[in-house]
Design a protein. Sequence first.
Length: 406
Amino acid sequence: MIKTDFNKYTSKFINGVDKGKFRKQEKRAISEIVSGSLSYFNDINSFVSREELNNIINVANYVRDNCDVFLVIGIGGSYMGSKAIMEALLPSFAKKKPEIIFLGTDLSSDYYKEVIEYIKDKEVILNIISKSGNTLEPNIAFEVISYIMGGKYSHEQLLDRVIITTDSKEGSLRKLANEEGYYTFEIPKKIGGRFSIFTPAGLFPLAVAGIDILNLLEGFVGGEAYIPLAVEYAVTREALFKKGKYVEAFTVYNPKMYYFTEWLKQLFAETQGKAEKGILPISIVNTRDLHSMGQFLQEGNPIIFETVIGIENASIIKIVKYDKTLNEINKIAQDKVCIAHYKDKTPSNLISIDVLDEYNLGELVRFFFTAAITGAILIDVNPFDQPGVEKYKQLIADALNNIFIF
Ligand code: PA5
């Protein structure tokens, strides 16, 4: 269940901004999302079919039984969502089987060297995820790891150890899969990278990790109830922007949510940061960052607003000295920080879920999808492209003479 409050620590900052001015775009956003050209976003079948879901579960079970290390290769929207959900829900210290390693998010040879060394005597299965199939970083990772795996597995064995998640028809990965006979999952044409958690791009690695993906998808379905609140949040952000709050800090009070804020940064930056528009997303993990960023939020340049994502119920650890649970103290900290920031120049939007689990994260992801898309509609930019990202991709590809395109 999601609860929100966009007034308590926000309203005084948007006094004078006529939210009614946004009503026209707001109505347009709601009708596009609920019944118009974006209504496919409300249908879980647009993200994954029942048949594909069964395949995901079966193949994930196979992977869990047949490797020590599961390598997930992808960048941006192709890995960020599953990484965020895994970090939030998996135990931090338990030894995991298989161990999941993400690769293809950078070009650091030092990191590569460590991964190669680490996996060399282990049983490995890899999943490369790339919608376009042509992205430099994952393709390099795939080339390097395929070479290592080719040294210890026959081609026949590799067919059970390489899984490609990509477009159904286009791109060099699809071509490669067709030529070599690798097992594939499809990312539906209409669903872009940063919206792909509920597609095989996100679901398959999550299923391998032991996340209850059916519950996550139920959360997506339950998230329908929060479309009006997500639109209200998008309008509030825009009103804050009009009042000079150009930066949005996604603030959490649980370090397990750190990658969720990274995912949010990616979602909002790529969905809205174009045509010289958009609110700059940053992330904060409290109470840790109260001892660094907290200073800026309290007394620095007043261009920031916070969107605090709280969790109502957590594990119970009693702190005898204060006769309270640690979670109660955490929530007191969250509230007092909002008050302190509010007294100076920093507003806070409040969003909370009742407990950190698959269902609630499914709802929350859908909430933020809706808000990000609505926000883009409000400022008149295309939510689904990322022309800036394409520019750097093209420049590097040109510089390398396309040698990394299969
Ligand atoms: O959200 C997006 O669309 C991007 O972040 C892409 O996911 C990212 O650029 C990777 O692209 P691809 O999946 O084509 O390799």
